[in-house]
Design a protein around this ligand. Structure first.
Ligand SMILES: [Zn+2]
Length: 165
C-alpha cells in the first residue's frame, strides 16, 4: 500500500495520451490498489493513471454510492445519451479550481477488469460524469478544456498560479 504523488496542472504528463494495458499481473493489481488509496486519501471520487504519472489506460472510480466502485482498464464508451446535463467539476490535479461542465447524462462503457476480464456497464448521473472525466485524462484532456470561454477566463489566474508552483 502506498499513497502516490498526484501530478498537478502544469505537469506535462497530464497532457499526454496513454497506452493500452496488455499485461494483467500483480504489478497492475498493486498499482490499482495504490490508486484507490491515493484517491481516498485526497477525497476524490475518481482517479486516472496519468494523474499519478503513469501513461496507461487505467481508471478507478468510487462515488461512495452502493455498487458504484469500479476499476476500468482500457475503457471505451460504446454509447452515450443525447441528453446532457451540467454540473460543477473539480479535479485532484487542479486543486482549488471548479467549473461547470456539460456532458452526456448516461453512457455505456466497455472495459476490462484488473484481471483482464471483459466488463460492460451502464452509468448515469454522477457515476457517468465521473467516468467521462477520468476517461478524458487518458487522452490528455482536462475538465477545464470543456468550460465556456467566459468561465475559463475567470479561472486563468488560478491556473497560471498552479502551473508555475
Ligand atoms: Zn481529474
Amino acid at each position: 500500500m502506498a499513497i502516490l504523488t498526484i501530478r498537478i496542472y502544469g505537469d506535462e504528463v497530464l497532457r499526454k495520451k496513454t497506452k493500452y494495458v496488455k499485461t494483467f499481473d500483480k504489478k497492475l493489481e498493486k498499482l490499482v490498489h495504490d490508486m484507490f488509496e491515493t484517491m481516498y486519501e485526497y477525497h476524490g471520487i475518481g482517479l486516472a493513471a496519468p494523474q499519478v504519472g503513469i501513461l496507461r489506460k487505467i481508471v478507478v472510480v468510487d462515488t461512495l454510492e452502493p455498487d458504484e466502485k469500479y476499476v476500468l482498464i482500457n475503457p471505451k464508451i460504446v454509447w452515450q445519451s443525447e441528453e446532457r446535463d451540467v454540473l460543477k467539476e473539480g479535479c485532484l490535479s487542479i486543486p482549488g479550481v471548479e467549473g461547470e461542465v456539460f456532458r452526456p447524462e448516461s453512457i455505456r462503457v466497455k472495459a476490462q477488469t484488473v484481471t483482464g476480464e471483459e466488463l460492460e456497464l451502464a452509468a448515469s448521473g454522477l457515476l457517468a460524469r465521473c467516468i467521462q472525466h477520468e476517461m478524458d485524462h487518458l487522452n490528455g484532456i482536462l475538465f477545464i478544456d470543456h468550460l465556456r470561454e467566459s468561465e475559463r477566463a475567470t479561472l486563468a489566474r488560478a491556473l497560471q498560479e498552479l502551473a508555475v508552483a
